[in-house]
Design a protein around this ligand. Structure first.
Ligand SMILES: [Mg+2]
Length: 233
């Protein structure tokens, strides 16, 4: 199976205990508020499927921030990472199903397993480590919110990094949980397997026409990836 499988993180590989907002969103909100003294800077900003930098930019713009936006985004991300590390100590992330098992089986079948996530790379590492999943992924084989604010662009970066590991020209499968994962995957000509833990996530992925949908990472996911890659498009 000479394919590249790129996993999204939040909602696909990682979940959290308790009610929303999760640790990442809490840290992001605190990072921006703490700095620009905004009241509810996140209202109206959808986090799911977006890249970290794009989220900070949208929060600042939405709150009418008038300073140097690029500089503010960099500063906001730096603060976010410190707060995130602190937040996950109290409330670590959890795997969505048998993530390590799925990755191990995909690699055993010859796939290059990477990440395609809107998280900046350091944030991805903090979240994965808190869920005990850092050793399950090779962070060199990934595209991150620190590589691009646009999701399809970071998937291109991730696929290129896998291509360097002798996977040039291999078919790409994106595993994600939102419409934005599906759209970004289509933009690079990739297949998509959706991970839907909730009814609304499933509806969104069905509407976006994911090639297959499973409930969690595990054997069903590996089977779905095999099915969509053996199918002619
Ligand atoms: Mg996600």
């Amino acid at each position: 199976m000479r394919i590249v499988v790129l996993f999204d993180l939040d909602g696909t590989v990682l979940t959290f205990d308790g009610a929303s907002p999760g640790p990442g969103r809490v840290a992001m909100r605190r990072a921006v508020r703490d700095w620009v003294d905004l009241e509810d800077a996140t209202s109206g900003v959808r986090f799911a499927g977006r890249t970290d930098r794009a989220i900070v930019r949208a929060m600042l713009t939405g709150a009418g921030y008038r300073g140097d936006l690029d500089l503010a985004v960099e500063e906001g991300i730096a603060r976010y990472l410190v707060l995130l590390a602190d937040e996950v100590r109290r409330r670590p992330y959890l795997p969505v199903g048998d993530v390590t098992g799925a990755v191990t089986r995909l690699r055993a079948r010859g796939a290059c397993v990477g990440l395609g996530t809107g998280n900046v790379r350091e944030g991805a590492a903090i979240k994965l480590a808190s869920a005990g999943l850092l050793a399950s992924f090779d962070l060199e084989r990934g595209g991150y919110g620190s590589d691009a604010e646009d999701r399809s662009e970071l998937l291109r970066v991730a696929a290129a990094r896998c291509a360097q590991a002798s996977f040039a020209g291999a078919e790409v499968v994106v595993v994600g949980d939102t419409r934005l994962d599906v759209e970004a995957a289509r933009a690079i000509g990739a297949k998509v397997v959706g991970v839907a833990a909730t009814v609304s996530a499933r509806e969104e992925l069905e509407e976006a026409r994911a090639d297959a949908i499973v409930e969690a990472c595990g054997e069903a996911l590996v089977a779905a990836i095999e099915a969509v890659t053996s199918r002619r498009s």
